[in-house]
Design a protein around this ligand. Structure first.
Ligand code: GLN
Length: 226
């Protein structure tokens, strides 16, 4: 399982979300606290953020902790919507930058924590990588994010062993699913964080139950069962 984090709110620095928290994605890349599958996330990383309506990505195929260029620039990158991830590659999957989340269709940034049997997914020549997560992302983009819940339920039924925690943002909306792995949410005065695990020990973190959909937009948060 990888670990991911999303932000929707006022403009904050990427560094304040990913690098600075005591148990942020940087620390989760080598010492996650709640990861059930895998012990570290050293097979790449990706940070996506919205620059106006434009999604921009900075990804790497090596461990996040070794990227001094990203650490240098991240404090100067601010955004109102961020989707970031560190990766623990599933056995048999490629390890290169195109396999690192977030994936994009030009409007959404999307990360997947988990694993899915690729034979239950339609082949997609438009997918960015042959990694299971990229094929799943392509399916979700094609169906539309408004159909995220039904799409996940359908894929979960086709592959009962699948773990399908999705996190997606489009600049004004964040969506996340729980299907087999952990997810927590922090409502801050300046916005909402949704993350595979809390980045600190603040008492306001809420755990999202399994098989749920989180939808954040226009200052509201809804959590519904899938
Ligand atoms: N299956 C995906 C990959 O190989 C995601 C892995 C994960 O969540 N650890 O990258």
């Amino acid at each position: 399982m990888c670990r991911h984090l999303g932000w929707l709110g006022e403009a904050v620095s990427v560094s304040s979300l990913v690098l600075e928290p005591p148990n942020g994605l940087l620390v989760q890349s080598y010492a996650p606290r709640r990861q059930k599958h895998g012990t570290m996330n050293a097979d790449g990383w990706g940070v996506g953020f919205f620059d106006g309506d434009t999604p921009r990505r900075w990804r790497g195929a090596a461990p996040l902790w070794g990227d001094s260029s990203f650490a240098s620039v991240a404090p100067a990158l601010a955004s109102t919507c961020v989707v970031a991830a560190v990766r623990s590659a599933t056995v048999g999957m490629p390890i290169d930058v195109s396999a690192a989340a977030p994936f994009t269709d030009g409007r959404w940034l999307l990360s997947h924590n988990g694993v899915v049997d690729r034979s239950v997914l339609p082949a997609d020549s438009g997918a960015e990588s042959v990694v299971d997560s990229a094929l799943l992302a392509a399916l979700i983009f094609r169906r539309g994010l408004d159909q995220l819940g039904p799409t996940i339920a359908e894929v979960g039924a086709a592959d009962p062993l699948a773990r399908l925690n999705i996190l997606a943002g489009n600049g004004c909306r964040l969506l996340a699913t729980t299907w087999g792995d952990t997810l927590s949410m922090l409502r801050r005065p300046d916005g909402v964080v949704v993350a595979s695990e809390p980045y600190d020990d603040h008492p306001d973190w809420e755990d999202i139950p399994d098989h749920h959909l989180v939808d954040v937009h226009d200052g509201t948060v809804t959590v519904t069962a899938l």
